[in-house]
Design a protein around this ligand. Structure first.
Ligand SMILES: *Cc1c(COP(=O)(O)O)cnc(C)c1O
Length: 381
């Protein structure tokens, strides 16, 4: 028998729906659900304002968004795209789907984001783009990445799936590269179940994006009245989410700042609570450079070794508290071995992946956060 603690599970994440989600969804239904309607437009405007970008395309997921970004970047057979191995599978998959080769480079051991020096060393004559991943809502070292890209004529695609409302030197994540991709999956700060957005920051890319997004047609120009009919122009797919999804998303976006502030406070609470564990060398806390404002997406600890990490996960699970590890590196996965290559051995990636544990973080956990902190502290004593 487990103790009473296990009866009430503390999940890793829980969406915060307490705004206009149902009301807006009902209005979307009543309006007839035409794709690209009022709610989609309002979501697009919100994102465009918050990211300082002119062109925003809503998509059905960040996975779809990364595929759209790879279509836009025009990479194909024989081309290479540099990215971290410590990331979600969709980054590499989007590259491989175009017939190009994902090339994995090492992460920075402090921030766990793509190491600009490692990315620079991975550039070859075939490199066309870099995908940076703002892990845990902490933007990458973008000024250095931008200089590297400009020197070599590369596009920069930001996987900002975890980084809505994060900032780098005052500038919003998603606006820092040529293309930014967000996720509104149910595990993200702001969610409509499945959803995403592609932010286009480079003027030359946006017209093609519109065609790819509209199933390869010039439907957008037709809708604006600048074409008599619309027809097949280029490659494309059905990327747009339904109006119901956009309705739920708009209600969430309207609360995004509030949700972010709550998450940041919970994050700060963890950070302060584990200072002593860090001082004793039992766990390392996330490192956020002082010119970065993160969005409280994820709080992790790096333990001394894999055994200590697995023991902590087990300890917490017995008490009904979900504290999972995170990415399994892509470079030595079956798909990675088949479709990608590594620029160098990736010991930091492998070490981080084996020692990292995530703690529950969601609006509403405040009343039970001390319980989580107490159990982590007890397990690592
Ligand atoms: C969640 C996530 C994705 C995928 O998002 P979906 O919307 O589920 O497709 C991609 N990259 C990163 C870094 C993520 O965290």
């Amino acid at each position: 028998m487990f103790s009473t603690l296990s009866a009430a599970q503390i999940p890793l994440n829980r969406p915060e729906f307490s705004g206009n989600e149902l009301i807006y969804a009902a209005r979307a239904l009543a309006s007839g659900l035409q794709t690209g309607g009022e709610f989609s437009n309002r979501c697009g405007r919100w994102l465009s304002q918050e990211c300082g970008a002119e062109h925003v395309h809503l998509v059905q997921s960040a996975t779809a968004g990364l595929e759209l970004a790879m279509l836009m970047s025009g990479v194909g057979q024989g081309d290479e795209v540099i990215l971290p191995s410590y990331t979600f599978v969709s980054c590499a998959n989007a590259v491989a789907l175009r017939g190009a080769t994902p090339v994995f480079a090492e992460i920075d051991p402090a921030t766990l984001t793509l190491d600009p020096a490692a990315a620079a060393a991975a550039v070859t004559g075939r490199t066309r783009a870099i995908i940076v991943v703002h892990y845990a809502g902490v933007p990458c070292e973008m000024d250095t990445i931008r200089r590297l890209a400009d020197r070599n004529g590369l596009l920069v695609i930001e996987d900002a799936a975890q980084a809505l409302l994060s900032r780098y030197r005052g500038r919003p994540a998603g606006s820092l590269g040529d293309i930014g991709v967000f996720s509104f999956h149910h595990t993200k700060n702001v969610t409509c179940g499945e959803g995403g957005a592609v932010v286009v920051n480079t003027a030359g890319l946006s017209r093609r994006a519109e065609i790819f997004h509209q199933k390869g047609t010039d439907r957008s120009a037709f809708d604006r009245g600048t074409r008599q009919k619309y027809t097949w122009i280029d490659l494309g797919s059905s990327f747009a989410p339904s109006e119901i999804t956009a309705a739920v998303l708009l209600a969430q976006l309207e609360k995004a700042h509030e949700i972010t502030e709550r998450r940041r406070a919970i994050w700060a609470n963890y950070h302060a609570a584990f200072a002593e564990l860090e001082a004793r060398g039992r766990a390392r806390r996330p490192v956020v450079p002082d010119y970065i404002t993160h969005n409280g997406h994820l709080f992790y600890l790096l333990l001394e070794n894999e055994d200590a990490r697995d023991a902590l996960i087990l300890h917490m699970r017995k008490r009904g508290i979900v504290t999972p590890f995170h990415y399994v590196p892509l470079h030595d996965s079956p798909g990675g071995l088949r479709y990608a290559r590594s620029a160098t051995p990736l010991p930091i990636t492998e070490s981080v992946a084996s020692r990292l544990v995530r703690l529950p973080l969601w609006p509403g956990i405040e009343s039970r956060q001390d319980e989580v902190i107490g159990e982590v502290t007890a397990a690592l004593r």
